[in-house]
Design a protein around this ligand. Structure first.
Ligand code: IYR
Length: 225
């Protein structure tokens, strides 16, 4: 392996085969088509999934870039039905308050086409809940250390996570009960970690439905200079 010292730190040569223009077009088109088939699904089959699948998905998420390579994330994998039940009860308690008043009317109107409500059976039906925590700062043996661009880094990792779930053939819903501090106490997380996203993962229920909504087309989202 070719190595080089830069300001005293070891660097290794970046080596990757360079695709031709035709291959670039094919690769980018194929990946777009794969990802364009992703849908948020809220109805899960209870069928179990090998833990290794979830571990590979988390490993993929952990390949995300992060501020100063601090990797400021923790992924809690919940398959224990007692813990899932506790999470469902606490989440639904918050959601009930949100839907019956905490959310302004225009917000609730925006959610109507998605068919969501305070009930979250997916928190028990999905064989796994991946609970993503962001580490606001590092904490090792009581020693604090600085983390950078934490929300950006963890947000990117969650994007990778969601892509990996879809690529494996499974479905997910990005659930953000608000407030979600209850996740810290149920999962007994240390003080430097804050809940970021709750992602139930599993097979879609045999007959499941998703809202008939469409994505913005390219001309609506791109500005060429
Ligand atoms: N957290 C609530 C409400 C909700 C909010 C948004 I913004 C969504 O895109 C979907 C739902 C819930 O999970 O139902």
């Amino acid at each position: 392996m070719e190595k080089k010292l830069i300001e005293g730190f070891e660097h290794i040569r970046y080596q990757r085969e360079q695709p031709s223009e035709e291959e670039l077009i094919q690769n980018s088109r194929n990946f777009y088509q794969l990802m364009n088939g992703r849908r948020t699904v809220r109805e899960f089959d209870t069928r179990p999934i090998p833990l290794e699948v979830i571990e590979n998905i988390v490993l993929t998420a952990s390949t995300a870039p992060s501020g100063a390579h601090k990797q400021p994330w923790t992924f809690c994998i919940v398959s224990d039905s007692e813990i899932k039940r506790k999470i469902r009860i606490a989440a639904e308690e918050e959601e009930k308050i949100s839907y019956s008043g905490r959310m302004p009317e225009d917000w609730k109107a925006d959610l109507k086409p998605l068919g969501t409500n305070w009930e979250k059976p997916f928190l028990e039906d999905a064989p796994y809940l991946i609970v993503v925590f962001k580490q606001s700062y590092g904490l090792s043996d009581g020693e604090k250390s600085q983390h950078y661009y934490v929300s950006e880094s963890v947000g990117i990792a969650c994007g990778f996570l969601i892509a990996a779930i879809h690529q494996a053939g499974l479905v997910a819903v990005t659930h953000t009960p608000s407030p979600m501090n209850f996740l810290s106490s149920i999962l007994e997380r240390p003080t430097n970690e804050k809940p970021f996203l709750l992602v139930p993962v599993g097979y879609a229920k045999e007959e499941s439905y998703v809202p008939a909504i469409v994505r913005k087309d390219l001309e609506k989202i791109i500005v060429r200079f």
